[in-house]
Unconditional design. Structure first.
Length: 206
């Protein structure tokens, strides 16, 4: 249900053409459920999965079985390359890479970045690194959809992911509490995790 909601919001505000071959990146997608829905809706697009190596096995298993006729690439296919060209990415339906290899993606090539929940687990230094990389890799007028807790303490520091959006660089399309989590305080009134507001931000790179 949550994935459907996020996809609908992205479709509504990002206004991506399902008949074009977009390049879409999700950082930390878990088993890949949201990217399955995205590929169903954007069948010509290249989907790039960035995650921890041990979690890539899960999303690779799920998505290869969900789309058995699709063309897949993994880390070893690009091992010798310093930069993966846009034309090379376009050869594949799905690309699975360790998250730290985001630097290999070509600059100004990505139409849509997505992060839901996983930046909650990162410290300030890591979040800052990913935002810098996303800014470099995102096309002009490309979109970043981010849904994470409003704030969380990681390594003794308060991390507010939404604060990493520089208003001089990003045009806010959407900036509000994520309604998919508005019920959590009622359902889990004694959970400190669930009591934290989840903020969603969709922004377009200017």
């Amino acid at each position: 249900m949550r994935y459907y909601h996020h996809i609908r919001v992205i479709e509504q505000f990002a206004k991506m053409d399902r008949n074009r071959k977009h390049i879409i990146v999700e950082i930390g997608p878990g088993y890949g459920g949201m990217m399955k829905l995205m590929k169903d809706r954007m069948p010509k697009s290249t989907i790039i999965i960035l995650d921890l190596p041990e979690l890539l096995t899960l999303s690779t298993f799920y998505l290869t079985r969900s789309f058995p006729q699709s063309k897949f690439a993994v880390y070893k296919d690009f091992q010798e390359l310093n930069v993966i060209t846009e034309n090379k990415l376009a050869e594949y339906d799905f690309v699975f890479l360790p998250a730290w290899q985001i630097y290999k993606l070509p600059e100004k090539s990505i139409d849509l970045f997505i992060n839901v929940g996983s930046m909650d687990e990162m410290n300030k230094e890591m979040v800052s690194y990913y935002f810098k990389q996303i800014k470099k890799k995102c096309k002009c007028r490309g979109v970043f959809f981010n849904s994470n807790r409003k704030e969380k303490v990681v390594d003794g520091e308060v991390v507010k992911t939404y604060k990493f959006f520089d208003e001089n660089e990003w045009e806010f399309i959407l900036h509000d509490p994520d309604p998919m989590f508005s019920h959590m305080n009622k359902v889990h009134p004694f959970s400190s995790i669930m009591q934290q507001e989840v903020k969603r931000v969709m922004a377009r790179l200017e």
